[in-house]
Design a protein around this ligand. Structure first.
Ligand code: MF3
Ligand code: CO
Length: 253
């Protein structure tokens, strides 16, 4: 069941989303060769707590940390550790969730570590563009899989593949609500998109094949073929005027 949110509820989700956006805006400063991912986690946790919010991921199904840090061939849910040290040329996705007044915000970005190859830059750029293409479909009158199809089309037209085992999701009083939002699908299909829906749209894009598997730690998802993977996510509210990107500091799109 898709839960529609009132204006007041969306304003609360917005508060959580602004905390997440702040963390993602600031954490980039720390991302450089020699840093370990535990430091990134501590930075994010401090920022979330000092904003009066709570980390959304810590303790969720036993997840041990505040953020997910997914390096290179890791797709999502990489666990921060002082043993994971960043190297020049790496890419790292940081996924952050926060709770304010009982409502969740969730977003992710992929960052370069130092200088990266032009081909790698292109993977990041196409993934971010795929997210914007998906978001632009999040308006009344569209169908849910218009979002999915827009993401898939953009990614595949650049020769990359979308991950199928992980999907975006509705969000509100819970981090994961209906509907599931796959990054592949057929235009014109799926539930009708209505004002009051709040959607976490999150393309995960592999340079190689789409397959993934989860490491022994029970969390870290990696590409099956070892290829690089990028991930971007925004929490988006559907309004009668179109999508409102809640995890972006600037005003409405
Ligand atoms: N953005 C991720 C998601 O929507 C974050 C979940 S990580 C977890 O699934 F540890 F909390 F599961
Ligand atoms: Co999410």
């Amino acid at each position: 069941m898709i839960i529609l949110k009132s204006h007041q509820e969306i304003e609360k989700i917005r508060k959580a989303c602004l905390v997440v956006a702040d963390v993602l805006d600031s954490i980039g400063e720390l991302i450089r060769p020699g840093t370990n991912t535990q430091k990134l986690d501590e930075f994010a946790e401090k920022m979330i707590l000092s904003s009066g919010a709570r980390p959304a991921f810590k303790g969720y199904r036993g997840y041990p940390k505040t953020v997910c840090t997914s390096l290179n061939n890791q797709v999502v849910h990489g666990i921060p550790s002082k043993d994971v040290v960043l190297n020049e040329g790496d890419i790292i996705s940081i996924d952050v969730g926060a709770i304010v007044e009982g409502f969740y915000g969730d977003a992710a970005r992929t960052y370069p570590v130092g200088r990266i190859l032009p081909d790698t830059e292109r993977l990041i750029k196409v993934t971010e563009e795929a997210l914007s293409r998906g978001i632009s479909q999040a308006r009344p009158g569209s169908r849910l899989y218009d979002i999915s199809a827009a993401v898939q089309h953009h990614v595949e037209s650049h020769g990359y593949s979308v991950v199928r085992e992980f999907v975006g999701h509705g969000i509100g009083r819970n981090m994961h609500e209906d509907p599931q939002i796959p990054n592949f699908g057929e235009r014109g299909q799926g539930p009708r998109i209505k004002p009051g829906m709040v959607l976490a749209i999150e393309p995960m894009v592999n340079r190689g094949a789409s397959g993934t598997f989860v490491l022994e730690d029970g969390w870290t998802a990696v590409t099956a073929d070892g290829s690089l993977s990028a991930h971007f996510e925004h929490t988006v509210a559907v309004t009668s005027d179109g999508p409102w990107i809640l995890t972006q500091k600037e005003a409405r799109q």
